[in-house]
Design a protein around this ligand. Structure first.
Ligand code: UT7
Length: 330
């Protein structure tokens, strides 16, 4: 997306995340679903997906409240305040309202007034889309300090009678603070979409004239998504490495979208990256869509795994079909 010889970079200086209070293990979910006559098991969920737990929003918890908490934690980690933020981008497919954007609601909550604020809707690729957008805006001089958030409450669009999808997702938020700097920084980005596959992962319903029109819950052809995901995750990783003149061996960490452990393992093997260098948090959080990558990033930073000056490759993939990657020096 950009030439890395440019002197102006966008650099991540802080990360944060937030989860709903309610943690739900597979065993608890299996018991709850059994009460509704839906049959599933911990064994099936672990074996097919690697998921053991998820967090589900309840009470007053929304995409905006979770996003604001994650954003504030990222600002604290960066030693910045809301007043420093001149760009706020939120990646979400589960906004609190049709409008205004969740970014404006979070801006109000944080008190980060006056700068640009908008949402990016690229489903599970949303965070890399938002990060690449913020990177471009900083490099072009349009912004100096960006708060980029991925926040979702997918539990609100799940069909809890569909066992093929309802066991896969969780709620949460992750955030980074990105500033203009002479030091890299984000090294390369790549974004793609192919709308011909729109129907394999979608929530087709909408509100028209006060009525819900069409199916208002998530629908997924899991196997079609799986096949496409492993192909594009491999090609987009190679694309951002090529753009930056780097090789897989130069990478310290790979953070793919946290959808399914088999997709993560397959992607790692195909790229030839050691499994110990692939960050995995989907066992704890399940698939949190646009929140999954920044959530995993923040967990790995706070656990002391990702360290300053290391090279990290972030990847998103999902509904659209949309996918992308960001290669950065932390
Ligand atoms: O963030 C967006 C990106 N999303 C993804 O990346 C998802 C990608 N796809 C996947 O992760 C996998 O395709 C799934 C986890 C969704 C499904 O795994 P699978 O190995 O492709 O299973 P399947 O759809 O082929 O189903 C196998 C069997 C079926 O039973 P039969 O027809 O073999 O008798 C399903 O009915 O598993 C059954 N099944 C379940 N059984 C127990 C499906 N869901 C469940 C369940 N519990 N929750």
């Amino acid at each position: 997306m950009h030439d890395i010889s440019s002197p102006r970079f966008a650099r991540i200086v802080g990360t944060g995340s937030a989860l709903p209070e309610r943690s739900v293990s597979n065993a608890e979910l299996v018991a709850e679903l059994a009460e509704r006559g839906i049959e599933t098991s911990d064994d099936w969920i672990v074996e097919r997906t690697g998921i053991r737990n998820r967090y589900l929003a309840s009470g007053d918890e929304t995409t905006a409240t979770l996003g604001a908490q994650a954003g504030q934690r990222a600002l604290d980690a960066a030693g910045r305040t809301a007043a420093d933020v001149d760009l706020l981008i939120v990646a979400t497919s589960t906004p609190d309202q049709i409008f205004p954007s969740t970014a404006c609601l979070i801006q109000r909550e944080l008190g980060a007034f006056g700068g640009a604020a908008f949402d990016v809707q690229a489903v599970c690729a949303g965070f890399v889309y938002a990060l690449a957008t913020a990177d471009s805006m900083i490099r072009s001089g349009l912004a100096r300090c960006a708060l980029v958030i991925g926040a979702e409450t997918f539990s609100t669009i799940l069909d809890w009678s569909d066992r093929t999808s309802c066991v896969l997702f969780g709620d949460g938020a992750g955030a980074v603070v990105l500033v203009a700097d002479q030091l890299p920084g984000i090294l390369s980005t790549a974004l793609h979409a192919d709308g011909r596959h729109a129907s394999i992962l979608c929530t087709p319903g909408s509100i028209r004239k006060g009525e819900i029109v069409g199916h208002p819950f998530l629908k997924m052809d899991g196997q079609a998504v799986f096949k496409l995901a492993v192909t594009v995750l491999d090609s987009v990783a190679r694309e951002v490495l090529d753009k930056a003149g780097m090789a897989v061996a130069d990478l310290d960490w790979l953070i793919p979208h946290q959808a399914n452990i088999r997709i993560l393992q397959f992607t790692g093997r195909r790229l030839g990256i050691d499994s110990g260098r692939v960050i995995v948090t989907l066992d704890r959080h399940a698939n949190t869509s646009a929140a999954s990558v920044p959530l995993a990033f923040d967990v790995a930073v706070r656990e002391g795994r990702i360290q300053s000056a290391q090279h990290v490759l972030l990847q998103g993939v999902g509904g659209g079909f949309a996918w992308g990657a960001v290669l950065l020096r932390f």
